[in-house]
Design a protein around this ligand. Structure first.
Ligand code: GDD
Ligand code: MG
Length: 360
């Protein structure tokens, strides 16, 4: 197993306050662009050649990762003129693959944090003799995912992307966004038009009698599609719950990057990351949060499960819980911002302007 395709074309609109200029795969998680973790994990599993299939804000990947040699990889970049969908993106990079028709090619959604044993997915593929093998995981609410029922031998019996009706929810097994395709299956995807691998390729292969094999596995798994999930994922990387060789430093309660200044009595817990050049004031308490580079948290602020953008400023005694604060935004002192709030890049909230709890 030597090569893989990484799909990094989605807009990641739900992280919008932070991603106006930064596509989601480049937002730092545990101190490095999220994509670094996926690349490093693939390398650790023996992958040497990875093609990034990009569309939106594609131009930021290559200047950062270059030819991949710093990660021990050979990286190539292919940019779609118009987004081609997941299947179209896979087909669009086929000319860059080196594998023969019956050889396996790994494919990864670019927004997944997982402890998947990549080698064991490839082994499953080889031993089952499948055309395509899929990593499956179990979730409580499968509606936002692709449902993948299997028979007793693990063979996929249907693929139901984003089920709309209760009758369609036939399993809690979902597509976890990591596949092994035989090269010939990639070449058979129609070229030059958008194709959804989930809505068109997988159902079409099943109708044609192809062998799709599922590998259910209960390792760590998270789709980083929402800001809350992104913050959770970053914290889990720091805590060591989500394994990645790319975490810069030892795993533990916190990760403080070089050049950050943290007051002696500030309390950082739950996998909090403090980026380079960020400053954390006296008595601040920060749990399970990501503070990006150059951000300032003033004394006495309480921050939980939140994402603080680069260069943003959080005023004294302000409380944040489940908040996303865009790059360069300023939240004044004595505010209280809660679940789901997203403050846009550069926006300003005056002192004592927003509260949720009573004034007692
Ligand atoms: N190059 C390229 N071009 N990449 C794309 C395009 C495109 O047009 N559209 C989506 N992608 C990439 C995204 O960047 C992401 O990494 C991956 O393909 C999946 O797209 P999402 O938009 O994140 O899909 P989803 O999360 O709603 O659903 C997918 O992932 C689930 C698991 O998280 C599906 O594969 C589901 O079946 C699956 O359960
Ligand atoms: Mg996704």
């Amino acid at each position: 197993m030597t090569e893989a395709i990484l799909l990094v074309g989605g807009k990641g609109t739900r992280l919008r306050p932070l991603t106006v200029h930064t596509p989601k795969p480049m937002v730092p998680a545990a101190g490095v662009p999220f994509l670094t973790h996926q690349l490093a994990r693939a390398r650790a599993a023996g992958v040497e050649h990875i093609v990034l299939a990009t569309s939106y804000l594609a131009e930021v990947f290559e200047p950062y990762f270059g030819d991949g040699s710093s990660l021990g990889l050979h990286l190539e970049y292919v940019t779609e003129r118009e987004p081609l969908g997941t299947g179209g993106a896979i087909r669009n990079v086929a000319a860059h693959l080196h594998s023969g028709p019956e050889e396996p090619v790994l494919i990864f959604n670019g927004d997944i944090l997982t402890g998947l044993d990549i080698r064991s997915l490839v082994d499953t593929h080889r031993t089952s003799g499948a055309d395509v093998s899929l990593h499956l995981t179990r979730v409580e609410d499968p509606r936002a995912f692709g449902l993948v029922p299997t028979d007793a031998s693990g063979r996929v019996t249907a693929f139901l992307e984003k089920p709309q009706t209760p009758e369609e929810i036939v399993t809690d097994q979902i597509n976890a966004g990591a596949y092994v395709f035989n090269r010939a299956v990639i070449d058979a995807i129609p070229s030059g038009r958008p194709v959804s691998v989930e809505r068109e390729t997988f159902p079409g292969l099943l109708d044609a009698g192809a062998h799709l094999q599922g590998m259910v596995d209960s390792t760590y798994w998270l789709d980083l599609g929402t800001p809350q999930a992104f913050v959770r994922g970053s914290a889990d990387l720091v805590l060591g719950r989500a394994p990645s060789p790319a975490v810069p430093g030892r795993c533990g309660d916190r990760l403080i990057l070089d050049g950050a200044e943290v007051a002696g009595d500030a309390k950082l817990t739950g996998g909090t990351v403090v980026g380079a050049g960020a400053r954390i004031g006296a008595g601040a308490r920060i749990a399970g949060s990501t503070v990006l580079e150059g951000a300032v948290v003033e004394p006495g602020a309480h921050i939980q499960d939140s994402l603080i953008g680069a260069g943003a400023r959080i005023g004294a005694r302000t409380v944040l819980a489940g908040a996303v604060i865009g790059d360069g935004a300023v939240v004044g002192a004595d505010n209280e911002l809660r679940d789901g709030i997203r403050v846009w890049c550069g926006a300003r909230i005056p002192d004592a302007a927003v509260r949720f709890s009573s004034d007692e």
